[in-house]
Design a protein around this ligand. Structure first.
Ligand code: EPS
Length: 393
């Protein structure tokens, strides 16, 4: 599966073209829109989410509710566009009357983007670097996610930290939810406005967001992504670009504001001896291999181990802040305080939904690499045969 997105935050629409989806996958507009709605939620979002009600229009690649193997084109209209038809006009020039943005936000793409593309106005950088683009990625990823779900492979996420608040007491709940599948965990997380499983952590995180908002500040956090039902042996150690961990990390790192990715508790493992890190192997007759722990995050030798894949991602606090930092004006080269561009106080819960979406095509591609196939049934039969062989080996 390859996909691209297009669209400016305040342009007419966002769009995506998804190529390589197998034929025969039952998809629904409701499922795509459900994922889009999940991305719009979360405590600490800004004014834009009150304007938008994201919904995808399908232009190609689906017939009678099933994929037909050809490229799928999706469009998500920006409701806010009607307020930007002058400032983001495509052909008519409103240059003389449109205010130029010349003060870069520290930490944002503004400065490097303005220099790189040779603009005299930062607006085009703001508009394409905006995390609004992730709506198109969520719509695209929802198709791969639906495909994987039909093969018993589920994706979910929860938030473990927001700013200084960490949810430390939810290990048992997580294990129980993952037993039922990662979608179940995602559903439980969705019941919280901050997508946290622990009640106390949830309350503290909401209070921390309120305080940050009051101060005109922003908060980052840590996202935990889980993928259940992945068969052993996806990805490969034989070549650098076939490693499943590096592909997953690249996909997650490519989300706006994500600055760190680890597989399982990798940084914690780095401080421990090997005897306390590696997961012991137990052979259970008729069931195959079992591991009492999963500190490898479901990946060994850059291949899926057959355990739940667990990815952790660090999101920095959003760099559009109401309380200004020192900056300078590119027009006058004088020092000034940074200007505020509407944004969110905290978008960590939404970024979790985006992370779920971007890992789906990576897992789907690893399945195609191992099993081939152009039709859902063909892939399902090959996968079931393999799962059976692994179990009885
Ligand atoms: C976002 C839409 C944007 C921002 C935010 C995410 O809308 P607007 O710029 O009109 O307020 O709220 O984008 C950023 C965090 C950013 O840094 O650009 C969305 O749809 O998620």
């Amino acid at each position: 599966i390859r996909y691209f997105t297009a669209g400016e935050s305040h342009g007419p629409a966002l769009s995506a073209i998804i190529e390589g989806m197998p034929a025969g996958v039952a998809v629904s507009r409701e499922e795509i829109d459900l994922q889009l709605r999940r991305r719009q939620q979360g405590y600490g979002r800004g004014g834009r989410m009150k304007i938008e009600q994201d919904s995808a229009e399908v232009l190609s690649g689906i017939r009678f509710g099933k994929t037909i193997g050809s490229p799928i084109a999706l469009v998500i209209r920006n409701r806010d566009w009607e307020n930007w038809t002058d400032k983001m006009a495509q052909f008519e020039s409103h240059e003389a009357t449109t205010e130029k943005i010349t003060i870069p936000r520290p930490g944002h793409a503004d400065l490097a983007g303005r220099i790189k593309y040779g603009f005299n106005d930062i607006r085009p950088v703001i508009d394409r670097s905006s995390a609004r683009e992730t709506a198109a990625r969520v719509a695209a990823g929802s198709l791969a996610r639906t495909f994987l779900c039909q093969l018993g492979i589920e994706i979910g996420s929860r938030i473990s930290s927001i700013g200084p608040v960490t949810d430390t007491g939810s290990d048992k709940t997580i294990s129980a939810l993952l037993e039922k599948g990662a979608e179940c965990l995602a559903g439980a997380a969705d019941r919280s406005e901050v997508r946290m499983l622990g009640k106390k952590a949830e309350e503290d995180a909401i209070a921390a967001i309120d305080l940050a908002k009051e101060r005109g500040d922003t908060l980052g956090g840590i996202i935990e992504i889980y993928i259940t039902g992945v068969p052993v042996g996806l990805g490969s150690y034989v070549q650098h670009d076939r490693r499943l961990d590096s592909q997953l990390a690249a996909a997650v790192m490519a989300i706006q504001a994500i600055k760190g990715v680890e597989i399982g508790p990798a940084f914690e493992n780095a401080r421990k001896p090997g005897s306390e890190v590696h997961d012991a192997l137990h052979l259970v007759k008729g069931e195959g291999v079992e591991r009492p722990t999963n500190r490898s995050g479901g990946i060994e030798g850059s291949m899926s181990s057959g355990e739940t894949i667990h990815i952790r991602a660090a999101m920095k606090p959003i760099s559009s802040m109401q309380s200004p930092l020192q900056s300078f004006d590119l027009a006058t080269l004088q020092p000034v305080l940074s200007r505020f561009e509407r944004s969110d106080t905290c978008a960590v819960p939404a970024a979790g939904v985006v992370a779920e979406a971007v890992v789906a095509p990576v897992i789907a591609n690893a399945l195609f690499e191992k099993f081939g196939g152009d039709h859902l049934e063909e892939i399902r039969n090959r996968l079931n045969h393999y799962r059976e062989a692994v179990r009885s080996a």
